[in-house]
Ligand binder design. Structure first.
Ligand code: ADP
Length: 491
């Protein structure tokens, strides 16, 4: 089959409507078409766009720097209204965006629709936050003078996102930065530039002035980003992606003492205690493991189940994993799409193979279907030994390793035995235990009797090697603000 015949006429129309290259100031830099965007369910090219180079990236920073003073001085009600108009515009474009997300990233269309709702919500949330930026006023404890604080935008920002949530990873950074009064150079992942380009178009259509948000799409991230990190006009980096790249960027950020927010890898434990509602735990496990096909930094990476209910939990999980239907996400029957690319599938297969070599048992799945695309069956493993790579590394795919524990102390010890600390989940009906676990988990977030923590109104982020800073909630906008203190005597 040719690439053309794998794309329907409706899909082609949506793909053709995507801008052809980076948004820099008021220009779409769409000359040339040398960045090929792949359909991970077929391996064929969906659409090609212009591949930005370092000059385009620097022009984007020029535009952001030129627009900074005026955007910072724009009254907060106007900023709020533009964010709210973007929220409305994203929802009005829901079908187009959801289809693009499914085409370039692979997840089933129902999940893409959910991502559009979730992603749009950051603009609603930050439109509400934008008009509520305040300060403080306090008498100095020693008397006499007064201590005032104000919050000011940090300045031009660089926002780098991964491919797994092409819209939502962008909106929670862009929404927060714009609400705070910062201008933006946004670089999406090279695998999923199309959704990002449409977001750029929607922002402009919603009234965002030229230069305030720039979108740079290109294949060679290091060469695009390095010169920007070295430029003293840049005042902030916010990155979501692997811990290895985050660490490299923090090294670069050290040169100019850049404000840095890092949302990095996870290795989420999912604890199920004997007193849990097992049916609810299985349902929660499916959400925590299989949302986004397991390609999420908050995906449950290790199931730790108390011995007394391990058989019942594993049987329930296995039944639901078996029911997953593999295929292209545009097919309404499909409940599990492909992994993002060959490298993503190879990594998941390597971790799976390593666990099996060390004695784990494959209860269901484990195979690669004989078809194009980067598919991997929904897989449940039991008897995974503690030294298996999968207990220490993020599998980022539909593989669920189940191990058992005997008591609460062992559960906490196993859960915390990782350098990562993004999120942990726990199922128990005992309220005291639930709170003890929430306090003892070394993570930035905890899901108690729920398998999903993402919410625009909540502070999302990790501890340990899972990162620095928070996105969403009241904390999200603060990442893009400097606090300035003013002291003055009364007489
Ligand atoms: P993943 O493994 O999920 O693809 P990465 O950390 O490799 O995560 O990529 C996340 C984002 O970081 C992408 O937008 C990618 O282009 C970008 N990126 C990768 N390497 C670098 C780098 N050296 N400097 C800046 N950005 C990078």
């Amino acid at each position: 089959m040719s690439a053309q015949t794998q794309v329907s006429a409706d899909e082609r129309a949506v793909l053709d409507a995507v801008p052809g290259g980076s948004l820099v100031g008021d220009d779409w830099r769409d000359a040339g078409a040398d960045l090929d965007v792949e359909d991970p369910s077929t391996g064929s090219t969906l659409r090609s766009v212009a591949d930005a180079g370092p000059d385009d990236a620097m022009a984007a920073l020029d535009a952001a720097a030129a627009a900074q003073a005026e955007w910072a001085a724009t009254d907060t009600r106007t900023r709020s209204d533009i964010l709210r108009a973007t929220y409305d515009a994203i929802l009005a474009a829901k079908d187009e965006l959801a289809l693009l997300i499914t085409l370039e990233m692979g997840k089933p269309l129902t999940e893409s629709v959910a991502e559009v709702t979730y992603g749009a919500d950051f603009f609603r949330w930050f439109s509400e936050q934008a008009a509520h930026v305040g300060g403080t006023y306090r008498p100095a404890p020693t008397g006499g003078s007064r201590l005032l604080t104000m919050r000011q935008p940090v300045g031009p920002t660089l926002l780098i996102t991964p491919w797994n949530f092409p819209l939502a990873m962008a909106t929670r950074k862009v929404g927060a930065a714009l609400a705070a009064g910062c201008t933006v150079v946004f670089k999406p992942a090279e695998q999923t530039p199309l959704t990002a380009l449409v977001l750029g178009r929607l922002l402009r259509a919603a009234g965002l002035p030229a230069g305030v948000a720039n979108v740079v799409v290109g294949s060679d991230a290091p060469s695009l980003i390095r010169p920007l990190m070295a430029d003293p006009r840049l005042r902030k980096i916010s990155f979501t992606g692997s811990t290895a790249v985050g660490s490299t960027l923090l090294g670069q950020a050290a040169q100019n003492i850049l404000r840095s927010s890092m949302e990095l890898g996870g290795n989420a434990p999912f604890l199920v205690f004997d007193d849990a509602d097992v049916e609810a735990a299985v349902d929660g496990a499916m959400v925590a493991k299989m949302r986004n096909g397991g390609e999420s930094c908050v995906a449950a990476n290790r199931f730790l189940v108390q011995a007394g209910i391990a058989a019942e939990f594993t049987a329930g999980l296995t039944e639901q994993m078996r029911a997953r239907v593999l295929g292209r996400g545009t097919d309404p029957d499909v409940t599990l799409g492909p992994l993002i690319d060959a490298a993503g599938r190879d990594k998941a297969l390597a971790l799976l193979g390593d666990a099996v070599d060390r004695g784990a048992e494959v209860v269901t799945g484990g195979g690669v279907p004989d078809r194009p695309g980067w598919f991997l069956e929904a897989t449940v493993l039991t008897g995974v030994p503690a030294d298996a790579r999968i207990t220490g590394e993020e599998v980022f795919g539909p593989v669920a390793p189940v191990t058992t524990f005997t008591d609460e102390d062992e559960a906490v010890r196993l859960a915390n035995d990782t350098e990562f600390g993004l999120v942990g989940y726990a199922y128990t009906r005992d309220v005291g235990r639930a709170l003890r676990i929430a306090e003892r988990l070394e993570t930035g977030m905890v899901g108690l009797n729920q398998g999903l923590v993402s919410n625009a109104a909540a502070p999302f982020g990790g501890v340990k090697q899972s990162g620095l800073g928070r996105e969403g909630g009241d904390e999200g906008i603060a990442e893009y603000q400097n606090v300035k203190y003013v002291g003055l005597p009364l007489d």
